[in-house]
Design a protein around this ligand. Structure first.
Ligand SMILES: *Cc1c(COP(=O)(O)O)cnc(C)c1O
Length: 373
């Protein structure tokens, strides 16, 4: 068994994908062009935003959001310490300072109640991360941002398709940043990313930045300092095929999650299944349980030794990463993020995961507890 197997999904749509790739090869348009433009329109439509800009990765989507807003040296950007490194890396790469806020222990998302106390004169933006597939409390985040005149950049890398009251993840903030890394809910067959926004001015700025600051009207006229962050046409063509299935695949993830929870929920008091906030949808990029009473590492070892691949997202909260040492944080600064990093464990979840595989995983977890470990 694999933690994630991408092959069965490809096989289920093989002829469509192969045709889409062939079409691009025949067109000989490999960067930008009609496939990228159509995919941008489809994503904007899917998210309910006016604009979408195709990019080469989720990391650059976050980076260019900050750049387009002019965030740099001396500025502060508030985010969570319980996320993938990219979220924080880009803040530092811009020259700004990441400022962490602890997480809500139930959802693992940034604790909106604790944001305001971290706002200073230097604060320019908040980056909430919709971790594991469930949105952060965006009503609260947007209220705080509005009251304090801050930008909001949503990191939607793990939560494409999740929503609150019909409003899609990515459409709340000034920017929504998506990743199409192969393992994400909408995964390319290579790297890819996207920014969505309703603001035409910053959309145009991102378009400049992704292509060397080149004027859209005149070739080799470079207006601002940019780079190369473009989405390629083959990835766009693949993603267009896959987008049609995204809701169905997300639904399947939810069903697998429900099945896990129905079995694991009653198993042992040390296991806490994912919490879904009232009115929120969870697209289960990860199915992440908490294993309390110091049992996580023992259970993880037992499962791996017994053929159940599990992962820990994330074993080191970002304020304790060597690369972030210069910020001066220490152990104890973010109690909930640190506790989560000691207790979380993600089980295999993807649309094609079989019921028998889930049963096997459950049996092994049950075995661990039956042995009184
Ligand atoms: C995957 C991920 C990213 C980065 O996306 P890439 O496309 O790999 O650059 C950023 N933030 C989060 C939370 C992610 O999970």
């Amino acid at each position: 068994m694999k933690f994630l197997d991408l092959k069965p999904q490809y096989e289920s749509i093989k002829s469509e994908i192969d045709n889409a790739i062939k079409k691009v090869l025949d067109s000989s348009i490999f960067i930008g062009g009609p496939e990228v433009e159509s995919f941008e329109k489809e994503i904007a439509n899917y998210c309910g935003t006016k604009f979408a800009i195709g990019l080469n990765s989720g990391t650059d989507a976050l980076y260019l959001s900050l750049k387009a807003l002019g965030i740099g040296f001396g500025d502060e950007v508030i985010t969570t310490p319980f996320t993938f490194i990219a979220t924080v890396e880009v803040i530092a790469s811009c020259g700004a300072n990441p400022v962490f806020v602890d997480i809500d222990p139930k959802t693992f998302n940034i604790d909106a109640k604790k944001i305001e106390e971290k706002i200073t004169k230097k604060t320019k933006a908040i980056i909430p991360v919709h971790i594991f597939g469930q949105m952060a409390n965006m009503d609260e985040v947007m209220k705080i941002a509005k009251n304090n005149n801050l930008y909001v950049i949503e990191d939607v890398a793990q939560a494409i398709g999740s929503e609150v009251k019909g409003k899609m993840a990515g459409s709340f903030g000034d920017f929504g940043c998506f990743s199409f890394f192969p393992s994400k809910n909408l995964g390319a067959y290579g790297d890819g990313g996207m920014i969505v926004t309703n603001n035409e001015e910053i959309a145009d700025k991102v378009k400049l930045l992704r292509n060397h600051g080149s004027s859209p009207n005149e070739k080799y006229l470079n207006l601002v300092l940019g780079g190369n962050s473009r989405l390629d046409s083959i990835q766009a063509a693949i993603l267009r095929v896959k987008l049609k299935y995204l809701n169905e695949w997300n639904q399947k993830r939810k069903e697998k999650a429900d099945y896990y929870t129905s079995k694991l929920g009653e198993l042992d008091e040390s296991i806490i299944c994912p919490f879904i906030e009232e009115g929120y949808s969870h697209v289960f990029h990860q199915y992440t349980i908490r294993v309390e009473n110091g049992k996580r590492d023992k259970l993880k070892l037992f499962l791996v030794e017994n053929g159940v691949p599990v992962m820990v997202y994330y074993s080191i909260p970002l304020h304790l990463q060597p690369v972030m040492k210069y910020l001066g944080y220490k152990k104890g600064d973010f109690f909930e993020a640190e506790k989560a990093s000691e207790e979380v464990m993600s089980l295999p979840i993807y649309p094609e995961l079989k019921k028998e595989e889930q049963d096997f995983i459950f049996d092994k977890i049950e075995e661990f507890y039956e042995q009184g470990r």
